[in-house]
Design a protein around this ligand. Structure first.
Ligand SMILES: [Zn+2]
Length: 540
């Protein structure tokens, strides 16, 4: 037997949570074909992994790379972290379905979030056609698609209107969910702080999640509040899973946001634990940083979002509306998570803009910008940036406390996720200052939180990155180092693995990730990305 690849002398951490063991490993035709103490058979490629860890390729259970795949299918910042499979379509945001009637609104939204000078060709309408298009394009890693509630509400529901759906609209939305699940979507995601999803009451979501339950799939959610009302939001999430009959649910990027809310993860994890005791399968994921990232317009009260981005901009042109928004945000009148009030403008940093007008303030906080530009107050800064940039502004928010980060990371219910998307130090995706999690999430857990802080053992961390998410997603033959499993493998140095990306300089690849193998093909070799696109679009 001549193998395609043999890896010698490494220590295997197999993804089950079991401790490392010394073994050789052989790969043939995309699969792990043999795991044995010594393999001396011939191989086309031999990798000496002395001193290194051989682990299953990391599974990023919450990613937004779908927005960038049409621009570059290499997903450089992701694959170089050791990620071999990414679940996309999260936070209710997916690139399908699209209806002809609301195509223009949908396209405006997509254009707004595309990097400057880039236009994504939205040639598909149904989820099936979208997946076919993805399959044509190839990708550096495996993709696990989810359908987003935002796209569903726009395609078949009340869209950007603050009202419940009519019974006709509800049936239409349900049929869109059904079509996506029949095409192979692993479940449905929501992002209940984002317009238009923010207008949906719990019952609307439950009615759609019933379709998810019918197909025995999963409900994923960026819950309605991650700050002062995070406990209520977790309760709503569990109600949706339980009332719809879904087999399981995943709370996205779990956190307790805002200094006055630190400590609330004690309660939320308790609620999650109790739900599991009742027989539900409720888990969560987390990125290992103290800042979150979102769009600047999310800060505005829900009524400002009615009608979509053009209506937002029109409203901001009116001084009376600006005054009203300011008062509501200051007084905390809005029912929505209030970043400005709870985190303060000194903790809200501009990550990226699209025009030259504000380019020099990327990386700075809104409070700093007010001073630098000599503006009246932080609200004037906020409104001016949104208006000038036509809404296309990303922010990072310093909002999380170390105790909550630790409590969530070490919880038996949490997995690791980036909540990022594949970007690159060069080309159109090098735009702005994205959150460093786009480049460094998995190496940061392994370097800072396993090696330095010792919050987790190596095998626990690897379980949270591989076996656990694979089990959650019901991925066939992935997530473990096991014979006959797909050869999705990462080889790294546990003594040096490290995230290099920072808030100031995010476009930096992690170090210590030596090899990334996707479906048996070496995609990162000696730390260098290769021209290999062997990922599969997975359907369930
Ligand atoms: Zn989210």
């Amino acid at each position: 037997m001549v193998y395609d690849i043999v890896i010698n002398n490494g220590r295997i951490v197999d993804g089950t949570g079991n401790p490392p063991y010394l073994s050789d490993l052989a790969i043939k035709e995309g699969k792990i074909t043999k795991i044995k103490k010594v393999i001396s058979d011939k191989a086309t490629i031999v990798i000496d992994a002395k001193g290194l860890i051989i682990a299953p390729g990391f599974i990023d259970i919450h990613s937004h790379s779908d927005s960038n795949i049409p621009i570059s299918n290499k997903l450089e910042s992701m694959i170089t972290q050791g990620i071999t499979t990414a679940a996309v379509g999260q936070c209710g945001i997916s690139l399908a379905p699209i209806s002809d009637e609301t195509f223009d609104l949908f396209k405006k939204e997509v254009d707004m979030w595309s990097p400057p000078g880039v236009e994504i060709d939205l040639s598909w309408r149904s989820f099936e056609d979208y997946l076919k298009e993805l399959e044509k394009g190839k990708c550096s890693m495996n993709i696990v698609p989810f359908v987003g509630f935002g796209a569903i509400r726009l395609a078949g529901g009340p869209g950007y209107e603050d009202r419940p759906p009519t019974s006709e609209e509800l049936i239409k939305m349900q049929s869109y969910v059904e079509e996506a699940l029949q095409s192979g979507a692993f479940g449905m995601s929501t992002g209940l702080i984002y317009s238009p999803q923010v207008y949906a009451k719990t019952d609307e979501v439950i009615e759609l999640a019933k379709i998810v339950a019918k197909y025995n799939r999963i409900y994923f959610s960026h819950i309605r509040d991650e700050g002062a009302k995070v406990v209520k939001a977790v309760e709503e999430f569990i109600r949706i899973v339980e009332a719809s009959g879904c087999k399981s649910g995943q709370i996205a990027h779990h956190k307790a946001s805002g200094i006055t809310n630190w400590g609330l993860s004690k309660k939320t994890l308790q609620i999650i634990h109790e739900a599991n005791q009742r027989g539900l399968d409720i888990t969560c994921d987390q990125y290992p940083y103290n800042r979150s990232m979102t769009s600047l317009i999310t800060i505005l009260p829900p009524w400002v979002h009615v009608g979509g981005i053009e209506s937002i901009l029109e409203r901001l042109d009116d001084a009376k509306n600006r005054e009203k928004i300011k008062n509501e945000m200051e007084e905390g009148l809005t029912d929505q998570e209030n970043f400005a009030k709870h985190q303060g403008f000194e903790n809200i940093f501009i990550a990226s803009v699209k025009t030259d007008k504000w380019l020099d303030i990327e990386g700075k906080s809104i409070a700093e910008i007010t001073k630098i530009r000599n503006l009246k107050d932080d609200y004037e800064t906020l409104f001016s940036i949104i208006s000038d940039e036509k809404g296309a502004v990303w922010i990072t928010i310093e909002s999380m406390g170390e105790e909550d980060i630790k409590r969530i990371m070490t919880s038996e219910y949490s997995m690791v996720s980036t909540d990022g998307s594949g970007v690159s130090p060069e080309g159109p995706l090098s735009h702005g200052k994205p959150h460093p999690r786009f480049y460094g999430t998995f190496p940061r857990v392994l370097g800072k939180f396993v090696r330095e802080e010792k919050w987790l053992s190596l095998e626990e961390a690897i379980w949270k990155m591989t076996g656990f998410p694979a089990k959650k997603l019901d991925l066939e033959e992935r997530g473990l180092i096991k014979e006959n499993y797909w050869a999705d493998i990462v080889i790294f140095d546990p003594e040096t693995v490290k995230d290099e990306a920072t808030y100031e300089e995010p476009h930096r690849f992690s170090t210590g990730i030596d090899y990334v193998i996707v479906n048996g093909k070496i995609t990162v070799e000696k730390g260098k990305l290769q021209e290999v696109l062997e990922g599969k679009i997975l359907r369930i």
